[in-house]
Design a protein around this ligand. Sequence first.
Ligand SMILES: [Zn+2]
Length: 257
Amino acid sequence: MQSWGRYAPLAWGREAIRHAADLVWPPVSPVSGRRVDGLGRLDPAVWAKIHFLDAPWCALCGLPFPYAVGETMTCPACIARPPRFARARAAFVYDDTSRTLILDFKHGGRVECLDQFAAWMARAGADILADADAIIPVPLHRRRLAKRRFNQSALLSRAVSRRTGVAFEPHALYRARATPSQAGKSVRGRRRNVAGAFRVRRSAMNRIAGRSIILVDDVFTTGATADAAARALLRAGAAEVNVLALARVVRPVNPLT
Ligand SMILES: [Zn+2]
């Protein structure tokens, strides 16, 4: 009680500043730009357009299936070439609405929805987070980091770590080689582009060996980047690498074909 009494004026002060700021700069939703009741809230019309992901999905890469055909299902791509990571999960489909949401965050610096993003990711990745020991972001090369000023995957990792209590390891993995953007490349081209690009820092080896790792990225497209990063972590002795993304590119797949 005493501590509440002591800090209450500080909390009231903070609240008052927040309200004053809301009057001067009314909070608006990413994507639509419409007024919302608080910073970090999403316009309900935008929310309704986001396609959240849920089972049934490929047990390995998390690709959603239109219907369930058995308890454990694997998509044709994972059967043809099993990924190095164990499982991948994502909060929602990467489409026109979510692309704007992510671009606002990634290039527009709109970080106010981070807590919301982390809540969605924690829900989508509940199965892989349950036994996880550490959360590691897909790193940017230092030159790209200097240009962009922040790594969106690191911000997502930290937010998921705060929500779940799983340790955040921001510096364990690094990009040893600058790679051109994956955009516009074929699946094979993407794999070649990031092959051998990731390394585990020597100082982090003891926190990777034998551990179950969650690798966090903003968008999961073909899994080529996640696969290359997972390879580096597994070579450093990680027991398992799972992938958690905010969004995922989804191409329609029938699990029976
Ligand atoms: Zn799959």
